[in-house]
Design a protein around this ligand. Sequence first.
Ligand code: PRP
Ligand code: URA
Length: 209
Amino acid sequence: MKNVTIFDHPLIHHKISILRDVNTASKEFRELIEEIATLMGYESLRDLPVHEVEITTPITTTKVKMLAGKKLAIVPILRAGLGMVNGLLALVPSARVGHIGLYRDHDTLEPHEYYCKLPEDVDQRQVILLDPMLATGGSASAAINFIKQRGCSNIKLMSIIAAPEGLDRLCKEHPDVSVYIGCLDEKLNEHGYIVPGLGDAGDRIFGTK
Ligand code: PRP
Ligand code: URA
């Protein structure tokens, strides 16, 4: 799968292992989601375009590399994607932030949209879509469809944990999207939860259960 990166980094593995633990409370869970997003983001953004700019140091004038083009658009899928936003903003503080609200129907597992607000010129930006969980892939695929309908062609998806089913679906439906995964888990259970997974990411971030 040429557009898929599965991280193999001890810091990311260690932090995801703490996330999975049922005894990890919301405060630590939120902090870890943010830290993992920063670690994954650092690597996922290594192909950002740069251009040469002339500056003057206290010693001399020199040409240096600076980020080129429009600012990024960071787009979390609500709710759980919100937990990753500050982790990315720590790297690219001037990025624009859009939001896509989707919830998964508990019985059908189909995603339902309830909110979509993207930067006006999102089609001219590199979009980083954030959702810690890629389960059936329905939510991420629907969110990518919204973004593509707005004319975007440069899209990356970052998910902390993925099930093989969701990753396969995404590769089939959106082979042009680059996907970055913190850990590829074993499977989905009969309720559409990732196994071993970490449970319901939104509930654990916001303490709603
Ligand atoms: C979770 C998660 C993803 C989605 C993944 O959100 O944050 O968006 O499920 O599942 P899928 O790959 O099968 O679509 P959920 O629908 O529980 O909404 P919430 O974040 O508001 O709790
Ligand atoms: N959404 C979650 O938050 N967790 C899962 O395991 C699957 C979907």
